[in-house]
Ligand binder design. Structure first.
Ligand code: SF4
Length: 356
C-alpha cells in the first residue's frame, strides 16, 4: 500500500490515502495526431496503464485533448511547460490532471490563473519540479536534493495560500541518489501524494535498472503513491517495468510473475529460449500467476512448490509441476507448448472461480 498521504482523485483513479500505487506512462506521439495518440494510449491501457500523460506544446495539442479523452478509458493528464494559457485551455478541455513546473510558467500571477481555473473545474495539479528547472530562489543552492524539495515546497505554499490542495508532487532528477534523497526529504515534510520517477533515466536496460533502484528503494520505505518509469523506448515497456517493480515489492499483483534460474553447467536443455518465449506469450496476460522455469531438478521442484505452475529441465526433457506436484515429463522440444497449455488451463480456472 502507498504511504499514508492525502487522497486525491484523478478522474476515477484515487491516489494517496492508502490506495494502491498507481501506474502511469506518457504517450510519445504528437498529441495533435489524435489517431496515433489514441492508438498508443489504448495499447498502454491494454498493458495496464492507469493514468496517461500527453505533452501539450501548442494550441493544436490543447484542441486535441477533448477528442483524445473521448476515445480513451483512463484519466488523461496534460503536461504543460512555459504557457499558462495552454494549462488553462487543458483544464477547460476537461483533462483529469495537469502537470506543470510553476518555475517555467512565469510570474506568480500566471500560475495563480492556472490554480484558479483548476479550482473551478476540480482538476488536480501535479507540481513537478526537476533538477533542471528550480525555483529562482534556490537555483544557486549547492545541495541539489534540498534545492528540489525547497523549490517544490515553495510552490506548495503558494497553492495553499490560494486554498488549493488538489495537489500531487514530484521532485525528479536524473541522479538516482539525488532523487532518493529528495523524495525522502519531501515525504517527511508533506502529506501530499507523491509521483515517483527518475527523469531521463535512459534506454530500456539502463532506465529499467535506474528506475528499479530509485523507485524500489523509495517504495520499500512506503514513499510514493504513483509511479512512472521513464524509458527511451516504447512506453508500453514503462508500464511493464512499473508492474515488475511493484510486483517485486509485493505492492501490486498484475499478470504472471516468472521465476527462472540463470542456468549453469547442470542444465541439459536449452532453457533460455524457453523463458524468453514464455515471457513473450504471457505479455498480454493479466491474471496474477507464479510460473517457475528452472534448468534442472536441483532447485526446480523447490521453486515449483511455491509457484502455480513450473517446469524443471531434465535430460532432453522437462518435468512439469502444478501446485507443487510433478504431473508429467515432456520432451524438451514440446516444453513451451505443454507449459503454455497448462498455464492457459490455470487462467481459465481462475476466471471461472472469479465469475462464480
Ligand atoms: S536450477 Fe539447476 S540449472 Fe538452474 S542454476 Fe540452479 S543448478 Fe543450475
Amino acid at each position: 500500500m502507498a504511504a499514508n498521504t492525502r487522497r486525491i482523485e484523478i478522474g476515477d483513479v484515487v491516489i494517496g490515502g492508502g490506495n494502491p500505487v498507481a501506474v502511469q506512462s506518457m504517450a510519445n506521439k504528437k498529441t495533435d495526431d489524435i489517431k496515433a495518440t489514441v492508438e498508443q494510449i489504448r495499447n498502454l491501457e491494454e498493458a495496464g496503464c492507469e493514468l496517461v500523460r500527453v505533452a501539450v506544446p501548442g494550441r493544436e495539442a490543447v484542441e486535441a485533448l477533448p477528442k483524445i479523452k473521448k476515445e480513451i478509458s483512463i484519466p488523461l493528464i496534460a503536461d504543460i511547460h512555459f504557457h499558462w494559457e495552454y494549462a488553462v485551455g487543458a483544464i477547460e478541455a476537461g483533462v483529469d490532471k495537469i502537470r506543470i513546473n510553476p518555475g517555467n510558467i512565469g510570474s506568480e500571477n500566471l500560475v495563480a490563473k492556472i490554480i484558479e481555473k483548476a479550482k473551478d473545474f476540480g482538476t488536480a495539479i501535479r507540481i513537478g519540479v526537476n533538477s533542471g528547472s528550480l525555483h529562482p530562489k534556490y537555483s544557486k543552492e549547492e545541495d541539489a536534493p534540498a534545492a528540489l524539495v525547497k523549490s517544490c515546497l515553495e510552490y506548495v505554499r503558494f497553492c495553499e495560500a490560494m486554498d488549493f490542495h488538489n495537489v500531487v508532487l514530484s521532485v525528479k532528477s536524473s541522479s538516482v541518489v539525488d532523487s532518493i534523497k529528495a523524495y525522502r526529504m519531501l515525504a517527511e515534510q508533506t502529506d501530499y501524494p507523491l509521483h515517483l520517477g527518475i527523469t531521463e533515466s535512459g534506454s530500456l536496460m539502463s532506465g529499467t535498472v535506474k528506475s528499479a533502484v530509485g523507485l524500489g528503494v523509495l517504495l520499500a520505505d512506503g514513499v510514493g503513491d504513483t509511479i512512472r518509469v521513464s524509458l527511451s523506448a516504447d512506453p508500453v515497456h514503462e508500464v511493464q517495468v512499473a508492474y515488475q517493480i511493484l510486483q517485486s515489492l509485493g505492492l501490486r499483483f498484475y499478470g504472471p510473475e516468472i521465476i527462472s534460474c540463470p542456468t549453469c553447467g547442470r542444465c541439459d536443455i536449452d532453457m533460455i529460449p524457453v523463458v524468453e518465449e514464455i515471457e513473450k506469450r504471457l505479455m498480454s496476460v493479466k491474471t496474477p500467476l507464479k510460473v517457475a522455469i528452472m534448468g534442472c531438478i536441483v532447485n526446480g521442484p523447490g521453486e515449483a512448490k511455491g509457484a502455480d505452475i513450473g517446469i524443471a529441465g531434465g535430460k532432453s526433457e522437462g518435468i512439469l509441476f502444478k501446485g507443487g506436484k510433478a504431473i508429467r515429463k515432456v520432451p524438451a522440444k514440446d516444453m513451451v507448448g505443454e507449459l503454455m497449455g497448462e498455464i492457459e488451463k490455470l487462467i481459465e480456472d481462475v476466471k471461472e472461480k472469479e465469475s462464480q
